[in-house]
Design a binder for this molecule. Structure first.
Ligand SMILES: CC(C)(COP(=O)(O)OP(=O)(O)OC[C@H]1O[C@@H](n2cnc3c(N)ncnc32)[C@H](O)[C@@H]1OP(=O)(O)O)[C@@H](O)C(=O)NCCC(=O)NCCS
Length: 184
């Protein structure tokens, strides 16, 4: 990165770091920005197997279809939503009822300022009240930030599925991370 864009990014991150942040449940009015942040992450090629684009109407339906144990949160800074996170049941099998998969997505120009860490910490606090005893994350090969985020939040690496799915034409490994929320 040359000096001018690097300075602009640094000053943006300083602003992001210093502004008060609020995490709240996502509402239908957040659908557009949730879709935009999702599509930015999809463009990295290492965040998710999902393909875009996601517009407000599609994300509104997605939000409305989520059950009580699959909530979505957004992080607001100033008047803008800068990140979103979600929990979803890991499996339909009843014996895995206490296991949830998490996702965290931060707007591209706000990454590296601690927002993802705050969102994941908040998910860890919310999950037990939703009946979950463990959070699991699925980290695609090459997602260094996603893996660092999980390890920083106390998750452990379970192992790596080889060629677990495809992004475009390319197979991707997936590293599974987990954190138990109440084990002795
Ligand atoms: C992964 C993601 C959510 C991290 O959020 P973030 O706000 O950038 O992360 P934070 O600033 O809170 O940093 C969390 C930790 O990860 C580390 N980290 C952040 N970016 C990193 C990178 N590119 N490479 C290595 N480590 C990185 C930070 O140093 C920090 O650890 P530390 O506290 O020990 O320094 C964000 O990069 C993102 O939205 N990526 C696209 C979506 C995605 O991949 N989500 C994960 C799948 S669930």
């Amino acid at each position: 990165m040359s000096a001018a864009p690097a300075m602009a990014r640094r000053s943006m991150l300083e602003r992001v770091s210093s502004c008060a942040r609020l995490i709240r449940r996502a509402e239908s009015r957040d659908a557009g920005v949730i879709g935009a942040i999702y599509d930015e992450a999809i463009a990295t090629g290492v965040a998710t197997f999902a393909a875009g684009p996601h517009d407000a109407a599609e994300r509104r339906e997605w939000l409305a279809a989520r059950g009580a144990r699959a909530p979505v949160w957004v992080m607001e800074q100033g008047d803008a939503v800068r990140a979103w996170s979600a929990l979803a049941p890991f499996s339909h099998r009843p014996w895995y009822d206490g296991v949830a998969e998490y996702t965290v997505y931060v707007a591209a120009d706000a990454r590296g300022a601690g927002l993802g860490g705050e969102m994941l910490t908040q998910l860890l606090h919310e999950a037990p009240a939703l009946g979950y005893w463990k959070l699991v994350g699925m980290i695609l090969q090459g997602n260094d930030a996603g893996l660092a985020l999980a390890l920083r939040a106390g998750f452990r690496e379970v192992g790596t599925h080889r060629a677990h799915g495809r992004v475009g034409d390319g197979w991707r490994d997936v590293t599974v991370v987990e954190r138990h929320l109440g084990a002795p």
